[in-house]
Design a protein around this ligand. Structure first.
Ligand SMILES: Nc1ncnc2c1ncn2[C@@H]1O[C@H](COP(=O)(O)OP(=O)(O)OP(=O)(O)O)[C@@H](O)[C@H]1O
Ligand SMILES: [Mg+2]
Length: 328
């Protein structure tokens, strides 16, 4: 399987007055065609920044401070996204057409003053040579494909007229409009109730299979990720602390943080044991602990070295990496 996107040692920081505040620290991962990478971690761990970097869409003040991201188009040589001019033609051509993103809060990405249909038409006309009529017909087809009951009527409505689940489906239709090869879903179901969440996740999985897309699925919910991911990256305070095939990471977690996240889920807890819960809160980025950044909360907290020495990445099994001193 050929990788669609390869991220190597990517670091991201924010410009403060005299210094750069590191937010993402040397992470590496890849996603292949038809494959789903799940990125999990608590709030502030750098999940969204890592995904946005692929589209060249870092928030203002944010910049890549190291590493590279490359994208393999269907034909021709790989494109080094990190070398492309910010917001230049080349990256805009990739965005939407080859790599699309679904955001956590659809109201923030759907326009309040354009109908759903018109928004899809605009995207289609930016990236294809469909005329207005053909683009509208395609928009209605897409709304039908994402399970909207009366797609032609929905196309004439505005985002505020739709329910949360319908808005999220409209976002998915928009993201899929140009048949992207990679779909990035950033907490696409967090704002939905459990039933609607399950429906939207099923829809995404089905569309991914039909369209043979690569997918990055970001969530703070490791249970949800365990159901859909082929590969998993667990992030903590800007670092990838565990990475590997989902079967390995979820069944034989090698980092105490992953174990703690999984231990809180009934399906993964040891039979007869009490459900674990993570102690404390994620520290502020500016007050990143010395040594292993997770040591103040570590349930298996081992010793002094964790307070002082930064753990390196260890290979714990085939294609399974963990950043913890216990594997030395
Ligand atoms: N616009 C910004 N300006 C300054 N710092 C930022 C900005 N955006 C993010 N950061 C810093 O980067 C960290 C990681 O942000 P990111 O949005 O990637 O987290 P996340 O893992 O997606 O969290 P969440 O689950 O809350 O969405 C934040 O905790 C914050 O410290
Ligand atoms: Mg986020």
């Amino acid at each position: 399987m050929k990788d669609l996107v390869t991220v190597e040692d990517l670091s991201i920081g924010f410009d403060l007055r005299e210094l750069v505040l590191p937010a993402v620290d040397s992470i590496s991962f890849s996603v292949g065609t038809g494959e789903t990478l799940g990125i999990v971690g608590e709030s502030g761990s750098g999940k969204s920044l890592s995904a946005r970097a692929i589209l060249g869409l870092l928030p203002s003040g944010g910049k890549t401070t190291g590493g590279r991201i490359s994208y393999q188009p269907e034909e021709g040589d790989a494109i080094t996204i990190t070398d492309l001019p910010k917001n230049g033609r080349a990256i805009r051509k990739l965005r939407g057409a080859e790599i699309a993103m679904i955001f956590q809060e659809p109201m923030a990405s759907l326009s309040p003053v354009h109908t759903i249909g018109n928004q899809i038409v605009t995207t289609l006309r930016q990236h294809t040579d469909l005329n207005k009529r053909a683009a509208l017909a395609r928009a209605i087809e897409l709304l039908d494909q994402v399970g909207m009951a009366s797609p032609a009527i929905i196309a004439e409505q505005y985002a505020h007229q739709l329910s949360g689940g319908m808005r999220q489906r409209a976002m998915i239709a928009m993201a899929l409009s140009c048949s992207p090869r990679l779909l990035i879903c950033d907490e696409p179901t967090t704002a939905l109730d459990a039933t609607t969440e399950a429906q939207v996740v099923d829809l995404l999985m089905k569309l991914q299979q039909d369209m043979k897309m690569g997918m990055i699925f970001i969530s703070h919910n490791i249970g949800l990720v365990s159901e859909i991911a082929d590969r998993v990256m667990v992030m903590y305070l800007g670092q990838s602390i565990e990475y590997g095939l989902a079967g390995h990471v979820l069944r034989k977690p090698a980092h105490p943080y992953t174990r703690a996240l999984l231990g809180a889920l009934p399906a993964f807890a040891e039979p007869g044991s009490e459900l674990a819960s993570l102690q404390g809160a994620v520290p502020d980025l500016a007050a990143r602990p010395q040594g292993c950044t997770f040591h103040p909360r570590c349930p298996e907290y081992a010793g002094d070295q964790c307070k002082t020495r930064i753990p390196s990445v260890h290979v714990v099994a085939n294609q399974h990496l963990a950043r913890c001193h216990i594997h030395e």
